[in-house]
Ligand binder design. Sequence first.
Ligand code: BEZ
Length: 215
Amino acid sequence: MENNLNTMMPRIGDQAPDFKALTTIGELTFSEYNKSNWVILFSHPADFTPVCTTEMSGFATQGDFWKEHQTKLLGLSIDSIHAHIAWVNAVNEKTGVLFDFPIIADLDMKIAKLYGMLQPGESETAAVRAVFFIDPTGKIRLIMYYPLNIGRNMEEIKRVLIALQTSDEHKVAMPLNWMPGDKVIVPAPKTLEALEERKNSNLEMVDWYLAKKSL
Ligand code: BEZ
């Protein structure tokens, strides 16, 4: 049932709703930030909390990976900009890890509501752990939601980003448990002629509609 907290939940394939936000690097317009690169927009429930600190540190220590994959990070929580700055500074002083990507201060919950990050059965005041993978055209390509008490898996976040980018580049699909370097699925033939071509190809074929190849 819909309610006033999440009537506009974006879905896979939707254009990512644009917004202006106050962040730890100043005011930011999402569509500008998203120009010519992927964006991972993700929420955490609250600053100065343990699971969130481990997750943010996980994102922050993968800087070379995000660069290599033309991806910018954008965090969000329903906290003030002062809380964000104090938390970033405290973690940096304690651990040497700097959250060097912008974090949105969404005190009025506008963006959390816009993206369905507020899920009232879980919390009416804190965002769940959402992750939106948004491609350079601004389209939402994959969404993850985790509850407040379970941290996300950085290896899975990196894996699906590589999978999306590889799928786009080679027009292929990824099978169960696909990892970079594994064989990929070639789309099924759409004509009888293409089926005959496939029969004579050196694809690894389980059946005519399920064929794999190495990249
Ligand atoms: C945490 O990050 O540790 C946390 C935040 C909100 C609720 C529960 C756990």
